[in-house]
Design a protein around this ligand. Structure first.
Ligand code: PLP
Length: 386
C-alpha cells in the first residue's frame, strides 16, 4: 500500500462499474434486476462490420499497424469529419485509438499540468475530472443548469476562465443529461477560446444519436478547427463498445504528441478492428438510423413514465440514450434513492452525483434496454415511490 505512487490517490473511476457489480451480486442471489445503469447500446454490431473483421483476421491482419492508425482508416475518418463538420481535415490530424477514451486521457495529459486549470462540465462524464487531477492540474467544474436545458451559462463560464485556463471540455450530446448544446452557446465559448488562447476538447461520441436536432460541433466555428480536439468513435454509433475503436482529430502540432502517447501506451489498435471501422464508415448506415429510431421510441416512453411518478420531473433529452430526471421532490438524496431503487425495487440506476456535485437531486437512467424492461422498471419505481 505505501509503495503506491502518490498520483494514484488522484485518479478516480466510473461508479457505473461498481453499481453493475452490486447489481450482478444481487442477481447471483436470485433477485431480478433491470439494468438502467449501463452506458452502451443493447444492439449487436451490424453484421457487415463483423464480417469485415473476420475477413481481415482470415487474411492475416494480425500484426502491428502504424500507431496513429491505418492510413485508409485515417483517410476515411478525415473525410467523414470534413463532411459532417464542414471543415477541411487532413488525415495526419487523425489519431485512431482503442475507444474514444484514450483521446480524453492523452489530450488532458498533453495539455494539463500543475498550475494549469481545466474547465469541465458538471454533471459530466466522471473520467474528465479524474484525469485532470491525475495530470496534476486544477479541475474547475462548469455547472450545467436544468433551467437552461442543461446547458451552461456563458456568463458563468466567462467568470471561471482565467489566464491559467489551458483546456475547456464540452460534451454534446451530453452524458448524463442528453442535452445538445446550441450554436449560440458554442459561439460564446469560441470567443473566449480565442480571447484567452485555450484549447477545447469537444467530446462528440454521441453525435449521431440525436432526435430531431443536429448537434453542432464547435470545431465548425470560424477559427476553432485549430483550437479544438474532436473526440469521436464507433462505440455508440455502431454498437461497438467492446471492439475498442475511437479517434481524435487534433491540431497538427498536438496530434503528433497524442500519437507519441499512443506509442508509449498501447502501440496501436488491432488491424482487424480498424478494418471493421472502415467497413462501418464506408458501408450502409441504415442500422444506425434503425437504432436511433428505436432509442427515440424508448425515450418517449421513459420520459412519459417518469413524469407520471410522484416527485419526479424529467426533461426530454435531445440526444444520447440517457434521461436525467429531477428527483428532489421525493425527499431523498440522489445516492440514497439510487441505492434504495437497486436494493429494494430491483432497478439499477446511477445517482446524479456519480457525475459531479451538481448532479445532486438527479438520477441517470440509460434507455439502452428493451421497451418492455423500461416499462417494467417504471412500474417498479412507481410501486416503490408510491
Ligand atoms: N465520452 C463519453 C461522454 C462517454 O459517455 C463515453 C463512454 O461511455 C466515452 C466518451 C468513451 O467511449 P469509448 O471509449 O467506448 O469510445
Amino acid at each position: 500500500q505505501d509503495l503506491l505512487a502518490e498520483r494514484m490517490g488522484r485518479l478516480g473511476t466510473e461508479s457505473a462499474f461498481e453499481v453493475l457489480a452490486r447489481a450482478r451480486a444481487l442477481e447471483a442471489q436470485g433477485r431480478s434486476i433491470i439494468h438502467l445503469e449501463i452506458g452502451e447500446p443493447d444492439f449487436d454490431t451490424p453484421p457487415h462490420i463483423v464480417e469485415a473483421a473476420i475477413e481481415a483476421l482470415r487474411g492475416g491482419d494480425t500484426h502491428y499497424t502504424p500507431a496513429a492508425g491505418l492510413p485508409e482508416l485515417r483517410a476515411a475518418i478525415a473525410e467523414e469529419v470534413s463532411r459532417t463538420r464542414g471543415i477541411p481535415v487532413e488525415p495526419d490530424r487523425v489519431v485512431v485509438t482503442p475507444g474514444g477514451k484514450p483521446i480524453m486521457f492523452f489530450t488532458i495529459l498533453a495539455l494539463a499540468e500543475e498550475g494549469a486549470e481545466v474547465i469541465y462540465p458538471d454533471p459530466g462524464f466522471p473520467i474528465y475530472e479524474s484525469v485532470i487531477r491525475f495530470a496534476g492540474a486544477t479541475p474547475v467544474p462548469l455547472p450545467l443548469r436544468e433551467e437552461l436545458g442543461f446547458a451552461f451559462d456563458p456568463d458563468e463560464l466567462r467568470r471561471l476562465v482565467t489566464k491559467r485556463t489551458r483546456l475547456v471540455i464540452v460534451n454534446s450530446p451530453h452524458n448524463p443529461t442528453g442535452a445538445v448544446i446550441g450554436r449560440e452557446v458554442l459561439e460564446e465559448l469560441a470567443r473566449l477560446a480565442q480571447e484567452y488562447g485555450f484549447i477545447v476538447l469537444s467530446d462528440e461520441i454521441y453525435r449521431r444519436i440525436v432526435y430531431d436536432v443536429e448537434a453542432p460541433s464547435i470545431a465548425s466555428l470560424p477559427g476553432m478547427a485549430e483550437r479544438t480536439v474532436i473526440l469521436d468513435g464507433f462505440s455508440k454509433t455502431y454498437a461497438m463498445t467492446g471492439w475498442r475503436l475511437g479517434y481524435g482529430v487534433a491540431p497538427r502540432w498536438l496530434a503528433e504528441h497524442l500519437v507519441r502517447l499512443a506509442v508509449n501506451c498501447h502501440s496501436c489498435v488491432p488491424g482487424f478492428t480498424q478494418r471493421a471501422g472502415l467497413a462501418a464508415l464506408r458501408g450502409p448506415q441504415d442500422a444506425v438510423d434503425r437504432m436511433v429510431a428505436e432509442f427515440r421510441r424508448r425515450r418517449d416512453a421513459v420520459v412519459a413514465g417518469l413524469n407520471s411518478l410522484p416527485g419526479v420531473r424529467c426533461a426530454v433529452p435531445a440526444g444520447a440514450f440517457y434521461v436525467f430526471p429531477n428527483v428532489t421532490e421525493t425527499g431523498r438524496s440522489a445516492s440514497e434513492l439510487a441505492r434504495e431503487l437497486l436494493e429494494q425495487a430491483g432497478v439499477a440506476v446511477l445517482a446524479g452525483t456519480a457525475f459531479g456535485r451538481y448532479g445532486e437531486g438527479y438520477l441517470r437512467l440509460s434507455f439502452a434496454n428493451s421497451l418492455e424492461n423500461l416499462l417494467e422498471a417504471i412500474e417498479r419505481m412507481r410501486r416503490y415511490l408510491g
